[in-house]
Design a binder for this molecule. Structure first.
Ligand SMILES: [Zn+2]
Length: 334
């Protein structure tokens, strides 16, 4: 934890320890293990690089509280400063304006989630400085929760190794060469944390209260997105061929939800697809993701258990069929 500067220092120190272990392994049995920085969690052939920093925590909270995009997560309003606090509300409003101007993926995400924010504009730095006084107490608790989630992931590394192998076989993609960066940030409340790819950076939100095990489901869900990435152009093509309201996002979410929490679910996220279906209107984004996920889940399960060539194509065809039926049944609604 701590600032990125401290983190990179710690990684450097631990990398040397890793080399020592590698040499011992070499003396005992054949090839040496590659160096593994301490923030990297090996899940078989897939590796995840866990990033945590105060800068990332603060930026994420401010970004979500400002609600600049419909994809911001509403639970963060719990941490919003009082409306009487003019300095803070002005700063949030300005942040929202700046974000709307540039949109997702402008590079600001990488600057704050994976780097130390030094490359950001002076105005953006000032905004975060104003809000850090209001949020730091809430964010502090996140460090311990992030550590718990990292430990939980290490504890489940064998299950996640099998899971990643099955997903890669299903989508017919080799393991990524580099560790997948995953930023752990705190979130208000309890239960299963949210997640998302914010401007190409995978972010996992960890609730400030209670256990973290259920949030492993979010890690699994985000891993599916990351591992499936090389096949995104085919998702786009399949969506265009099918029509019926599909696009790359809907296709990707239907598959990722069918797998986690649809097939792999920890703790209270078991049964989450059905609960989300009952909670979200048919014509809402989430309502549609989970209904399609439920429809394709049996085939996805089969393809994960017994992968075959073109398994993804078969699932995309099934998603199209489900989208057609879905559209008809939606049209029947009063
Ligand atoms: Zn997703």
């Amino acid at each position: 934890m701590g600032t990125p500067a401290k983190a990179s220092h710690a990684i450097h120190r631990r990398a040397r320890a890793g080399l020592l272990i590698g040499l011992v392994a070499c003396a005992r049995s054949g090839p040496s293990a590659p160096e593994t920085p301490s923030n990297v969690v090996a899940l078989g052939d897939v590796r995840v690089a866990v990033h945590t920093s105060h800068t990332a925590n603060l930026f994420h909270a401010v970004d979500q509280i400002s609600a600049w995009s419909p994809f911001c997560h509403s639970q963060y309003s719990k941490w919003a400063p009082s409306l009487d606090d003019k300095e803070a509300t002005d700063a949030l409003q300005r942040h929202a304006e700046l974000r709307r101007e540039k949109g997702w993926g402008s590079g600001i995400e990488r600057t704050f989630y994976l780097e130390d924010g030094a490359n950001a504009s002076e105005e953006e730095k000032r905004i975060l400085h104003v809000l850090s006084f209001r949020l730091d107490d809430k964010l502090k608790r996140g460090d311990a929760q992030a550590k718990k989630l990292e430990d939980a992931l290490r504890g489940e590394s064998a299950a996640f190794a099998r899971f990643s192998k099955n997903v890669l076989a299903f989508v017919e993609v080799p393991p990524p060469r580099d560790p997948i960066p995953m930023v752990f940030v705190p979130s208000p409340g309890r239960g299963v944390g949210g997640g998302g790819a914010n401007g190409g950076v995978v972010v996992v939100e960890i609730p400030e209260e209670g256990g973290v095990k259920s949030t492993l489901t979010t890690v699994a869900h985000e891993l599916v997105h990351a591992l499936m990435k090389p096949r995104l152009p085919e998702l786009t093509e399949a969506a265009a061929r099918c029509g019926h309201g599909l696009d790359q996002t809907v296709e990707g979410e239907a598959i990722a939800y069918a797998i986690a929490p649809g097939i792999l679910a920890y703790g209270e996220s078991a049964g989450a697809l059905e609960r989300q279906r009952d909670r979200n209107a048919r014509d809402s984004s989430y309502g549609r993701f989970v209904r399609l996920a439920i429809a394709i889940r049996p085939l996805v399960r089969e393809m994960l258990q017994r992968p075959r060539h073109d398994a993804l194509r078969a699932v995309l065809d099934a998603t199209c069929e489900a989208a057609k039926e879905y559209e008809w049944s939606t049209a029947d609604q009063p």
